[in-house]
Design a protein around this ligand. Structure first.
Ligand code: FES
Length: 265
């Protein structure tokens, strides 16, 4: 693909796109929390794709993710406690769960033998999701179960390559998190739409009176259901040479702006 190709595509390409496999939203890694924002001494409730989940750090220092209900009476585990033995304790009747979601303690059992039997029942387990930590973020695979565990190992989270490279000079600034009253698709379309920037962000990023005008959007790689799209925005700005937008599903949007004096952000 050359940088001169435009984002407009032919009817043949539309047909080809329709023939690609459907994107499987639940078989993906999602960044769900900034590690430094979470107190490791307690569990934290989150939401992912409409599910209530709980993050907690086990005895080995690894963050874990369970569905946010206890298998006993469905009390939210996010209201529970992280205990000194590295288990998550439900605050309702004190059942405990290990890092994998196995039930390891049911204090209401008649004796130790009964407790072992009750704990080994799969119905006593919490529902665990594959979880990894990369680049200061906790990533959760959006499916649970044995198959999900295997599938999650075959796919890597969409990391920021510059943060992995020691050769690039990268200055990490700060995390900025906002809860927005809109859906995922609406937000992703917004951040993929460079035309709104000088208008909606007037006075901060351009001028609605001077910068709302024609610009080119050459495509940088083939549009793909699985891999997303990338395009450059060529402007007539006095300071900006080019901005490259790169979307990789499910939720990775990079915008790299190159300035005429050589800097990038
Ligand atoms: S609801 Fe969790 S231990 Fe009973």
């Amino acid at each position: 693909m050359t940088i001169k190709e435009t984002v407009a595509h032919s009817s043949e390409e539309v047909q080809q796109l329709r023939q690609e496999k459907t994107f499987q939203w639940r078989k993906q890694w999602y960044p769900v929390a900034v590690v430094e924002f979470l107190a490791p001494s307690r569990p934290h409730g989150i939401q992912l794709l409409g599910k209530e989940l709980v993050l907690w750090r086990d005895g080995s220092g690894k963050w874990r993710c369970f569905e946010d209900f206890c298998p006993h009476r469905l009390a939210p585990l996010s209201e529970g406690r992280v205990e000194s033995d590295g288990t998550l304790l439900c605050a309702y009747h004190a059942w405990r769960f290990d890092a994998e979601g196995n039930c390891v303690s049911i204090p209401q059992s008649q004796d130790k033998q009964a407790e072992v039997k009750h704990c080994s029942n799969p119905k006593s387990c919490a529902v665990a999701y594959p979880t990894e930590e990369h680049q200061g973020l906790i990533w959760v695979w959006a499916e649970s179960g044995t198959q999900a565990k295997q599938e999650s190992q075959l796919r890597k989270p969409r990391l920021i390559p510059e943060l992995e490279s020691s050769s690039d000079r990268v200055v990490k600034l700060f995390w900025n998190i906002r809860d927005l009253p809109c859906g995922w698709d609406f937000f992703m379309e917004n951040v993929s739409d460079p035309a709104h920037v000088p208008v909606s962000h007037h006075g901060i990023m351009g001028s609605r009176y001077e910068d709302a005008k024609y610009y080119d959007m050459p495509r940088l790689r083939k549009i793909s259901t699985q891999e997303g799209f990338s395009f450059a925005v060529t402007t007539t700005s006095e300071t900006i040479a080019e901005a490259v937008h790169d979307f990789q599903p499910p939720c990775h949007m990079r915008i790299v702006t190159s300035y005429k004096e050589g800097a990038k952000n």
